[in-house]
Design a protein around this ligand. Structure first.
Ligand code: ZN
Length: 226
């Protein structure tokens, strides 16, 4: 699988199909690509906040790719005339060789692209299984059921927020890594703006004291093969 970081919580996972998670591109000061260059087969959105739902609607309209999201966000997209696939926490969605499981996240989720904001249901994470299993935690606090996610789904790769303020910081994310026990862990949701400035090396050092997971610190636009 080729995993490309497009800044913030946005990743493209390419194996049997191209899955774009949390496409926050056009309003993101750190994003490397224009929205028009993205051509996913499936878009997965963890929650309704503008820095996650982002450009999902526009990309889905242009490409015809469905947007996978929690039921309330999917219903909102449906009403905008966008093809969506609603699901809920603990459920799975299969398409082709891909199985996506929605996991819980401790975070809020209103749809902030509308004025006034609309209810976006619960925030979530995903375990995406396309030969390699990738856990994208979404925006979340540390919670002890991350151990269960590690036990049940045995992710090869974990994508964890480390920005602090709105999500886990480096210390909590390092503890999460030791509970999930992925082969690779990639930090996300940091340094997009000054409010979530973090040193990813601090995260790496903490992980190294707790477990054997390899920390991969990516530059925006970088890809790893696994
Ligand atoms: Zn959020």
């Amino acid at each position: 699988m080729k995993i490309t970081w497009l800044s913030h919580s946005c990743f493209e996972l390419a194996e049997s199909m191209k899955i774009l998670v949390d496409p926050y591109i056009s309003e993101n000061p750190s994003a490397p690509k224009s929205v028009d260059e993205l051509d996913p087969d499936l878009i997965a959105v963890t929650h309704g906040h503008a820095d996650h739902l982002g450009d999902a609607e526009d990309i889905a309209r242009r490409t015809g790719s469905p947007v996978l999201a929690v039921a309330e966000v999917a219903k909102y997209l449906d009403r905008q005339g966008v093809r969506s696939e609603g699901m809920n926490i603990g459920g799975t969605f299969g398409v082709g060789d891909v199985v996506v499981t929605m996991t819980r996240a401790i975070h809020s989720s209103d749809i902030t692209l509308t004025d006034p904001p609309r209810c976006g249901g619960e925030a979530a994470g995903f375990v995406i299984d396309d030969r390699i299993r990738v856990y994208h935690a979404g925006d979340t606090a540390l919670f002890s059921d991350m151990r269960l996610i590690g036990d049940l789904y045995r992710p090869d790769v974990a994508l964890l927020p480390i920005g602090g303020r709105y999500t886990m910081g480096p210390r909590e994310a390092a503890i999460a890594t030791s509970w999930i026990r992925p082969h690779l862990v990639i930090p996300m949701h940091y340094n997009t703006w000054p409010r979530i400035r973090q040193d990813p090396l601090k995260f790496r050092d903490l992980v190294e004291t707790l477990c054997d997971s390899e920390v991969v610190i990516m530059e925006v636009g970088d890809a790893v093969e696994c």
